[in-house]
Design a protein around this ligand. Structure first.
Ligand SMILES: Cc1ncc(COP(=O)(O)O)c(C=O)c1O
Length: 360
């Protein structure tokens, strides 16, 4: 069934964290290393690595329930090896080859990847021109005619950074009976959530992550929120030990310092908005962002002068998302780095654009 999947080792590896002087802005990571407290918790957990972790991660789920609020309880929460794993789990639990998955495109590639792994077709639903969700009426007919089982909505969306107002998402939840997965991976950057709707809508699954806002990408720690009835189905498909002991310890320690992380997020948001302003002054089109990255639209460029490649030659890694957006001109997704990294990026872009203008 899965003969069409590429061999795993053909997928390019982007893992080069120790190259000195290189700026990594291509994977939307948090640029700051874990706090002292998280590092101490990791060292302590490492001393007990001969033991299996808590299979259910109860302590962390209890702490997450407090953090999320809205009266949610540990029973409403499932931990995963990154939210990536929970995307896969939702497909396994709710979709079938005859009951496809739908995703509003352009969006995060892992929805397709997860569906393909399980031989489930993907129905592409178009986003509106501003990359938010279209009115419900526009999409519902397509969802019905394809017998869609499960619909993925990234909010804020990756790679565009755009946010769909929650009232529109609530409309989908009320009018569409199938499972709706609202991926709130960038929640802390947008401040907008539908977590208050869990008790009301059994068809809602929310995915969150500690990768971006708590800077724990390398530990792979995500969580799902759902009504108890839905959660009872989802958990049946979970692995025996989905989240390792170090990730659980680091997650607990990071949640002891919510205000510290919120301050870092506020700094990243200020830096994002300042960079947007500067890049627009330089003549780039920049989408409004509610995440920790900016999507920038560039003038048409010959492939051998692609700005992503030219930035990489200077040790600045960014991601060209033009294939995902189906655009012929470059569409670079730029994560917000440290102030020094952002300054280097801004200057490199200024020079690239000036050279482009001089070459014309
Ligand atoms: C929309 C979206 N969902 C999920 C993820 C995966 O996050 P995690 O690191 O928790 O697997 C990403 C990562 O970039 C993302 O952009």
């Amino acid at each position: 069934m899965n003969r069409h999947l590429p061999p795993r080792h053909d997928i390019p590896s982007f893992w080069r964290p120790h190259e000195p002087g290189t700026v990594f802005l291509h994977l939307g990571e948090n640029p700051y290393p874990p706090s002292e407290r998280v590092q101490r918790a990791l060292a302590e957990a490492a001393r007990h690595a001969n033991r299996y972790p808590d299979t259910n991660g109860l302590a962390l789920r209890a702490r997450l329930a407090e953090y999320v609020g809205y009266g949610l309880r540990p029973e409403n929460i499932l931990l995963g090896n990154g939210s990536d794993e929970l995307i896969d789990l939702a497909v396994v639990a709710f979709a079938e080859p005859s009951r496809p998955v739908a995703a509003f495109k352009p969006s995060f590639f892992v929805y397709d990847f997860a569906a393909q792994r399980h031989g489930v077709p993907v129905v592409a639903l178009a986003r509106a021109e501003d990359y938010t969700l279209p009115p419900c009426d526009t999409a519902l007919a397509g969802m019905k005619s394809h017998s869609v089982s499960l619909t993925f909505i990234a909010n804020p969306n990756n790679p565009t950074g755009t946010l769909t107002p929650r009232d529109r998402i609530r409309e989908y939840l009320s009018r569409w009976p199938g499972i709706v997965v609202v991926d709130e991976c960038y929640y802390e950057f947008s401040g907008e959530t539908v977590a208050d709707q869990i008790a009301r809508h059994e068809n809602l699954i929310i995915l969150r992550s500690l990768s971006k806002s708590f800077g724990l990408s390398g530990l792979r720690l995500g969580y799902a929120l759902a009504h108890e009835h839905t959660m009872n189905i989802l958990v049946r498909y979970a692995m025996t030990f989905p989240v390792n002991a170090l990730a659980q310890a680091a997650g607990l320690a990071a949640l002891e310092e919510v205000e510290f992380h919120r301050e870092r997020i506020r700094q990243l948001i200020r830096a994002r908005d300042a960079l947007k302003h500067d890049l627009e002054s330089l003549g780039l089109e920049v989408l409004p962002s509610h995440a920790n990255f900016l999507l920038t639209l560039w003038p048409e460029t010959p492939p051998d002068q692609s700005p992503a490649r030219r930035l990489a030659e200077q040790g600045i890694w960014v991601s060209d998302q033009s294939p995902v957006l189906n655009l012929s001109r470059p569409a670079l997704r730029l994560a917000i780095g440290t102030p020094e990294e952002t300054a280097r990026l801004r200057e490199a872009i200024r020079i690239l654009l000036a050279q482009g203008r001089a070459g014309r």
